[in-house]
Design a protein around this ligand. Structure first.
Ligand SMILES: Cc1cc2nc3c(=O)[nH]c(=O)nc-3n(C[C@H](O)[C@H](O)[C@H](O)COP(=O)(O)O)c2cc1C
Length: 407
């Protein structure tokens, strides 16, 4: 299931050089199983033809206020009533000025006056244009009027200069769309999430680690931010883009991670520990690279601090969630951990090779975008979830945490 499935989204395209990126944005939103329609300014047609968007969306593109739609519909009113969110991308200096001043002299500006749903504006233009006092003034007006501004990125611009003004990548625009459409039921809550593996160095170039990708923890951090929480993400070394609008703390070893968690836990309402922390570290890490010589060498390992156990001892009113990836006896091991570490919920999954059998309970977990989990609750309840996108597992977990708060 996708979070914006079946939502009606309109992409408004104005005459900026980045108009070609709107085609990619359209495809990305369609992949979420949302319905997408396009409204274009006349000038946008100089950059990318309406036919492209008509073919991609499979729907007529609205470019002319006075063009008759099907039946007798007044298209800007009809479409406005049916729309759940609008993204204006790219938004030219011109369309920003028009929206800020209530001008309705073409299809897009007229449609935007008629909508009552959330509208995301993605300014995209040359840096000097973006920094112009009048443009900044208009953007401030839009913010005050309740429009959601997706800040342009910095970098090389199509006009050959460099600076702020680039249309953000479609993935970031989609992320902000989901933010706008999410309930803000975690507003006012401080959430600490840990994610990824740790690295325990043997020497400067070798370490003990595990294949945790961090995707589950990052999905939770993103989902919590979408739902209005103030999120701190303590991450081990991963290859993932940091979620927007959260506080990132990057760590390497279990020791670093413990310090980062203890430093940031004080005012947290909820702590969710998805990180795969090494239980042991080499007792002594060599200062220099260990040279190949002897046929056998031994490594003495020393136990790391159990972060979750320490958090459980110091729980106070905080909600504490742990994850348990087990290769056998999931229920017993997860329930033991739940009790031993004083948790509210433990999210369990059996790790192993998944076959094509539908009822196979094992999941590779590490590195995948999907996960099949079981929630074990403090009161003894158990809930089995089907195989789901990690984003959806994250929302399901947040739903259960919200229920704990109500209970
Ligand atoms: C090649 C070229 C690229 C342009 N790129 C941009 C741009 O990225 N952002 C912008 O605000 N205006 C840009 N403009 C200027 C707009 O096209 C112009 O202001 C136009 O009136 C905007 O009309 P619209 O807002 O109705 O689409 C560009 C113009 C040309 C000729």
């Amino acid at each position: 299931m996708k979070y914006i499935k079946d939502k009606n989204i309109v992409i408004g395209i104005s005459g900026g050089i980045a108009a070609y990126k709107s085609a990619e944005l359209l495809r990305l939103i369609q992949k979420q199983d949302a319905n997408v329609r396009v409204v274009m300014t006349h000038n946008a047609g100089y950059f990318v033809g309406p036919l492209t968007f008509e073919a991609l969306s499979g729907k007529p593109v609205y470019t002319n206020t006075f063009e008759k739609g099907g039946n007798t519909e007044i298209r800007h009113i009809q479409w406005a009533e049916e729309t759940d969110a609008v993204i204006v991308a790219p938004a030219t200096a011109n369309i920003i000025g028009k929206i800020a001043n209530g001008i309705a002299d073409d299809a897009l500006s007229t449609f935007l006056l008629a909508v009552t749903c959330p509208v995301l504006i993605c300014p995209s233009m040359n840096t000097n244009m973006y920094e112009k006092i009048s443009v900044q003034r208009n953007i401030e007006i839009l913010k005050k009027d309740g429009y959601f501004i997706v800040e342009p990125a910095s970098g090389e611009l199509a006009c050959g200069t460099s600076g702020q003004g680039r249309l953000p990548e479609p993935e970031e625009i989609l992320d902000r769309l989901i933010y706008c459409l999410s309930p803000k039921d975690f507003k006012g809550k401080k959430i600490l999430v840990t994610a990824g593996p740790t690295r325990e160095h043997i020497d400067p170039v070798r370490y003990i680690s595990n294949p945790s990708s961090g995707k589950m923890g990052y999905a939770i951090a993103r989902a919590a931010e979408h739902r209005g929480a103030d999120v701190t993400l303590v991450s081990g070394p991963v290859n993932l883009e940091p979620p927007v609008n959260i506080t990132m703390v990057n760590t390497v070893s279990a020791k670093d991670m413990a310090k980062a968690v203890f430093d940031n836990m004080e005012n947290c309402d909820i702590i969710i520990k998805t990180a795969a922390v090494s239980d042991y570290r080499p007792k002594e890490a060599a200062k220099q690279k260990i040279k190949k010589g002897m046929d056998e060498i031994s490594l003495v390992l020393q136990k790391n601090e159990d972060i979750l156990f320490e958090l459980g001892k110091n729980k106070k009113n905080r909600v504490l969630i742990g994850f348990a990836a087990e290769t056998e006896n999931l229920e017993k091991n997860a329930k033991d951990k739940l009790a031993r570490k004083n948790l509210d919920i433990i999210v369990g999954n059996l790790v192993g090779e998944r076959s094509d059998e539908e009822d196979d309970e094992k999941s590779p977990v590490f590195g995948m975008d999907t996960n099949k989990v079981v929630f074990f609750f403090r009161n003894g309840d158990t809930e089995h979830l089907p195989l789901m996108e990690k984003d959806m597992v994250a929302h399901a977990l947040l739903d259960r945490i919200a229920d704990l708060d109500k209970g």
